[in-house]
Design a protein around this ligand. Structure first.
Ligand code: SME
Length: 146
């Protein structure tokens, strides 16, 4: 069974908040280079952290749309991959050991409703394969929302 089908099975019968928590834990457990996984949902013009899995909590629990890679991905409605966070001035630092990041918007009816944010402790950790999988996970969340 492929990973996406396993994930579909894992979230059967869960409500949306439970689904978010299951998804972040599932992703972190299945991918060694996903060191911190969070899901933010859009509330007004802020991204609000709803679920996360990783070694420690982030202080960035509310991110205005204008800030960070998270804000950029929401504003531009596209996946953003940062291979080296030290070379990206828009990056908002959460953890001293993060080296690269991917942020994938979640859409409902073509509008951004949230996003998946993953930090890696490895430089250039995220590939097109990660993007493809995570965009499918985001689609799944968009289907389940509301
Ligand atoms: N690095 C993000 C902020 C969120 S933390 O990674 C959890 C950003 O630049 O928007």
């Amino acid at each position: 069974m492929d990973l996406l089908n396993s994930l579909r099975q894992e979230i059967v019968g869960l409500n949306f908040p439970q689904t978010l928590q299951r998804v972040v834990s599932f992703l972190r457990k299945n991918f060694a280079h996903y060191n911190w996984v969070g899901i933010y949902m859009l509330e007004g013009d802020e991204l609000v952290l709803k679920a996360w899995d990783g070694p420690e909590a982030t202080q960035h629990v509310r991110i205005p749309i204008g800030k960070g890679i998270c804000g950029l991905a929401a504003r531009e409605k596209r996946t953003v991959i940062v291979g080296d966070v030290t070379a990206e001035p828009r990056y908002l630092a959460c953890f001293p050991y993060t080296k690269s990041e991917i942020v994938v918007p979640i859409f409902k009816d073509s509008k951004v409703i949230g996003e998946i944010d993953i930090d890696s402790n490895t430089l250039h950790a995220f590939t097109e394969q990660d993007r493809e999988l995570l965009e499918q996970v985001a689609d799944l969340l968009g289907e389940r929302y509301g």
